[in-house]
Design a protein around this ligand. Structure first.
Ligand SMILES: Nc1ncnc2c1ncn2[C@@H]1O[C@H](COP(=O)(O)OP(=O)(O)O)[C@@H](O)[C@H]1O
Ligand code: SF4
Ligand SMILES: [Mg+2]
Length: 326
């Protein structure tokens, strides 16, 4: 399988204050690096999970991929073509191939549109002519397990899980090659979360679409991803095949995330390792290893020297001076 998406050294910076105010206040570098030098790839039909606490830069990556955030540096190749820095017009066409499922796919849309209009809106946005929209709506609603009767409903008549299904239908309407799902289960009850994830997993297998799933909960992605990447302060601290990362985490942050979200399984009475301390500010990144202020295993060298990338295998990598043992 060839790489559908290849991201190399992606950097996204945001200005913190205007240039005039920065000059007045003597601020030399009025920027934060929300994403600093992230590399990953997604093959056709593959599912990658992107995990990290709130503020780690996950949505910033997603928005950069679809051209909504400026790319300060690095490259984004999609389907063999460089897309970083393309203009809005070219991106418009690309969003057919690379579609986004937002956190609250229905709540952010007009409450006066019917479900039929919501799921067929991508056809109108992209000027796709010659399709029977009633048929398309039925097809899409059946595909996500709601059925054609839902077409005449309004958003306020949908449960949380049904609304997410409508979001999935919209994201898949134009048969994209990649779906980016940003926190697809946020705010849902645990049982409904599983339903939505199973649906995404099912459709991924049936349609062969690649999916980038973003979440702050590691366990959310365990069953539906092939590989996963763990993010901290805008960098990947570990990435690898999902099973490896779950069963043989090497980075202390991965271990802490895993134990902070234990699976609802009474037999898995794992010791709980809390992630103590506050997430540092991007304006004042810790020296050395940026996780040292919260790491249970930090030693002197961690406070001085930033760890480089260690390749545990062809696919499993991490950045830590004192990785957890097998
Ligand atoms: N448009 C923006 N302007 C300035 N700062 C931003 C912008 N978007 C995101 N950020 C900052 O970038 C960091 C990463 O945010 P985000 O990608 O939303 O994190 P996550 O999705 O992992 O919770 C945060 O500190 C956030 O405040
Ligand atoms: S390099 Fe040191 S501080 Fe950083 S994660 Fe590894 S052990 Fe912890
Ligand atoms: Mg986010």
């Amino acid at each position: 399988m060839s790489a559908l998406l290849e991201v190399e050294d992606l950097r996204v910076r945001f200005r913190t204050i205007g240039s005039l105010r920065a000059r007045i206040r003597g601020v030399e570098d009025p920027f934060i690096d929300a994403v600093c030098g992230v590399s990953f790839s997604i093959r056709e039909g593959e599912t990658l999970g992107l995990v990290g606490e709130s503020g780690s830069g996950k949505s910033t990556i997603a928005r950069a991929l679809i051209g909504l955030n400026p790319v300060a540096d690095g490259s984004i190749r999609f389907d063999g073509r460089e897309i970083a820095g393309l203009g809005e017009r070219q991106y418009g066409a690309l969003r057919r191939e690379m579609s986004m499922m937002w956190q609250d796919p229905v709540g952010s849309l007009s409450p006066r549109l019917t479900v039929r209009s919501l799921v067929t809106e991508p056809f109108r946005i992209h000027g796709v002519k010659g399709r029977d929209l009633d048929e398309e709506a039925s097809r899409l609603l059946t595909m996500v397990g709601l059925g054609p009767d839902f077409a005449s409903r309004f958003p306020h008549q949908l449960s949380g899980g049904q609304a997410r299904r409508v979001g999935v239908a919209r994201a898949l309407a134009l048969d994209p090659k990649l779906v980016i799902a940003d926190e697809p289960t946020a705010g849902l009850d645990v049982s409904v979360q599983a339903e939505v994830l199973n649906l995404l997993g099912d459709l991924q297998r049936r349609l062969g679409v690649a999916i980038l799933v973003i979440t702050h909960n590691l366990n959310v992605v365990r069953h539906i991803t092939d590989r996963m990447a763990i993010m901290y302060l805008g960098r990947f601290v570990e990435q690898g095949p999902t099973e490896d990362v779950f069963f043989h985490p090497r980075h202390p942050y991965t271990e802490a995330l895993l134990s902070a979200n234990p699976e609802p399984d009474p037999d898995a009475a794992k010791e709980r390792i809390e992630i103590s301390g506050e997430v540092p500010s991007l304006l004042d990144r810790p020296k050395g290893c940026e996780f040292h202020t919260r790491c249970l295993y930090a030693q002197d060298d961690c406070r001085r020297v930033a760890p480089g990338v260690t390749r545990e295998s062809e696919t499993h990598r991490y950045t830590c001076h004192h990785p957890l043992s097998e």
